[in-house]
Design a protein. Sequence first.
Length: 387
Amino acid sequence: MLYNFDQLIHRSDTSCVKYDLRKIFFGSNEVIPMWVADMDFATPDFIRDAVLDRATHPIYGYTFRPQEYYDTIVQWFKRRHHWEIKKDWIQFTPGIVPALNLAVLAFTNPDDQIIVQPPVYFPFFSAVRHHNRQLVYNQLLHTGNCYEIDFDLLAKQAEKASMLILCNPHNPVGRAWRREELEKLADICLKNNVLVLSDEIHGDLVLPGYQHQVFADIAPEIAEITLTGHAPSKTFNLAGLGTSSMIISNNQLRQKFKQTVEGLHIEMGNLFGIAASTAAFKHGDEWLNQLLNYVQLNIEFTIGFLAEKLPLIRVFKPEATYMIWLDFSAYNLTDEDLKRKMVFEAGLGLNPGIDFGPGGEGFMRINVACPKSLLETALQKLQQAFG
């Protein structure tokens, strides 16, 4: 069947962060929100049907994850990413951000150095700082219209670090890291006994023409030092169901992580997340293929529009995710003035680049996972303010 990604869905007054918290984050309820990384597309029907079917049973008591839940994850990775995993490697977590914090608690000690690669998803920072670890910036380098890893700096930093949090694919710059890049990073981490926490929540969202390389699947010795975060939340718009996995082949690491999860009594999850995840990974291939094609068209439309109408905005074309990293530095605005102009002149709510750490100054992140008509309206408003 053909899925309809053009449908406009009213999301206000649904306790929706993206829409109902606009006043708090932007000082205005009137902005078109293109910030939070969830999609303005309906969750697919086969997932809603599974949740509704479970909801018809009148008791929502204590639950567990059945064999089918694990089987669908194993089969999904085999089909989509050619990665052979085992059920026993899969450890439930109530979201990837909690998983980041759990891993920091499980595998590092206060004052340990943890490397992150900004500009990057900002919960990486709090996962380190909130637990009294030292945050080390391995800032990405941008050459031309692409970002690269600073391997020379990383080699020095890894000598004293306990962990590296990898964003693979990278949010917000949109890189789908190549195998050779990840091999080079892995060599540095192996040499220095640095544990790699690979956040691959956007791994299913690699765009046509590119490929996701699972970091742990490069070589067995790399798998031994890697924890892989994965979830259906970004792929199928299920962030409100708090269901994700940490995939760990190293038995010693897995048992230690499991003890941390169970020690906090957060291992149970919720029954609707189980139903949704199972349906997503069992039936979601065709929906995802159509989604990626639609997002790719939105990205191409955005790049073409900005090239013609707003050439001062430098665009970093994403290889993955449904976000685009935009450079407004040619306008010579402070980050505060840029945000104010975006909100009160353009009427748009985007993520300020400075939220993503060093290297984000003068940038904005726009979420284009929305009906094209809404995207067109947003870009026209951007033109009116910055043209």
